[in-house]
Design a protein around this ligand. Structure first.
Ligand SMILES: Nc1ncnc2c1ncn2[C@@H]1O[C@H](COP(=O)(O)OP(=O)(O)OP(=O)(O)O)[C@@H](O)[C@H]1O
Ligand SMILES: [Mg+2]
Length: 254
C-alpha cells in the first residue's frame, strides 16, 4: 500500500491571462509515491497544463500544489530551478541537441548541475545511464540524426535520468511512433520505473491500452477536473458514461 503522495494537487484552478475561462476547474489529484501513474483524457482536457503546473512552469490561479512534500507555490524562481533537478522529463520529441553526440547529450545536465564532478566522473555516469536504457556503446559518438527514432528516445530517456530524478515525467512519449516502437518505448518506461527504487513516474498518454498495461495508477481528466482516479480495474468497472466511452474507444484500436 502506498500511503504518501509524491505529488498532490488540491482544488487547482487555472485561467490564462486573467480570463474568466478556466482550463483547470478545481482539479485535485494525488500521485502515489513510487507509482507509475498515467494521466489520460480526451484532447484539450488539460493534461499538459497539469504537467506544467507540477513542473512549476505554470502557477495556479488558486489552489495548492505539493511536490515531494513541498509547496511549490511558495518557491522563489531560484528555488524552483534547483527543485526541478528532482525531475526528469521526456517529451514527445526527444528534444536532443542536434549538434551534440549521444554521449554529450547525456553529459549535458551533469555538466550544468553537478559542477563538482570531474569530467571522467560525468562520462562514467552518462555511460551508466546509456547502458541502463539499452543503448549500445557503438552509438555514443554519433549525432542524433545518425541514429534511429528508437535510439533517440533511449538517448532522451538516458538524459532525463542523468541527475537521478525522483520523478520522471513523460508527455505523450509514443505519439506518432509506429506500433513496434511504441511497444518498445512503453516497455522501456516500465523497465526504467521498476529498476529505480522509489521512482515516481507520470505519463500522459493517448494510448489507453498502454496506460492500462503498464501503469499501476490512472487518472482520467475531463473538463478541467479528475473524472476518475484508480486502477485499470476501477476503469473497466466504472459506471461513468464518459469513462465507459473512453475505455471502449481506446481498446478498440488494439
Ligand atoms: N499558455 C496557454 N495560454 C492559453 N491557453 C492555454 C495555454 N496552455 C494551454 N491552454 C489551453 O488549455 C487547454 C488544455 O490544454 P492542454 O494542452 O493541457 O490539453 P491536453 O489535454 O494536453 O490535450 P492533448 O491531448 O491534445 O495534448 C486548451 O484549451 C489549451 O488551449
Ligand atoms: Mg497535451
Amino acid at each position: 500500500m502506498q500511503t504518501t503522495s509524491a505529488i498532490s494537487l488540491q482544488d487547482v484552478r487555472k485561467s490564462f491571462d486573467g480570463g474568466h475561462e478556466f482550463v483547470l476547474k478545481g482539479l485535485s489529484l494525488e500521485v502515489p509515491r513510487g507509482s507509475l501513474t498515467a494521466i489520460i483524457g480526451f484532447s484539450g482536457t488539460g493534461k499538459s497544463v497539469v504537467l506544467k503546473h507540477i513542473l512549476g512552469l505554470y502557477k495556479p490561479t488558486s489552489g495548492n500544489i505539493e511536490v515531494l512534500g513541498q509547496d511549490i507555490g511558495q518557491m522563489t524562481p531560484d528555488d524552483l530551478t534547483r527543485f526541478r533537478q528532482k525531475f526528469g522529463v521526456l517529451f514527445q520529441s526527444a528534444a536532443l541537441f542536434d549538434d551534440m553526440t549521444v554521449l554529450e547529450n547525456v553529459c549535458f545536465p551533469l555538466f550544468e548541475h553537478r559542477r563538482e564532478l570531474r569530467q571522467s566522473q560525468v562520462i562514467s555516469i552518462a555511460e551508466e545511464r546509456l547502458v541502463q536504457v539499452g543503448l549500445d556503446k557503438k552509438h555514443y559518438n554519433k549525432l542524433p540524426n545518425q541514429i534511429s527514432g528508437g535510439m533517440q528516445k533511449r538517448t532522451g530517456l538516458a538524459r532525463a535520468l542523468a541527475l537521478d530524478p525522483e520523478i520522471l515525467i513523460y508527455d505523450e512519449p509514443t505519439t506518432g511512433l509506429d506500433p513496434i516502437l511504441t511497444e518498445m518505448v512503453d516497455n522501456l518506461i516500465l523497465e526504467t520505473h521498476k529498476s529505480r527504487k522509489g521512482l515516481t513516474s507520470i505519463m500522459v498518454s493517448h494510448d489507453l491500452a498502454a496506460a492500462f498495461r503498464i501503469a499501476d495508477h490512472i487518472a482520467m481528466l475531463d473538463a478541467g477536473k479528475v473524472l476518475l482516479s484508480g486502477t485499470a480495474e476501477d476503469f473497466f468497472n466504472s459506471d461513468i458514461e464518459l469513462v465507459k466511452r473512453f475505455v471502449s474507444k481506446g481498446m478498440k484500436h488494439k
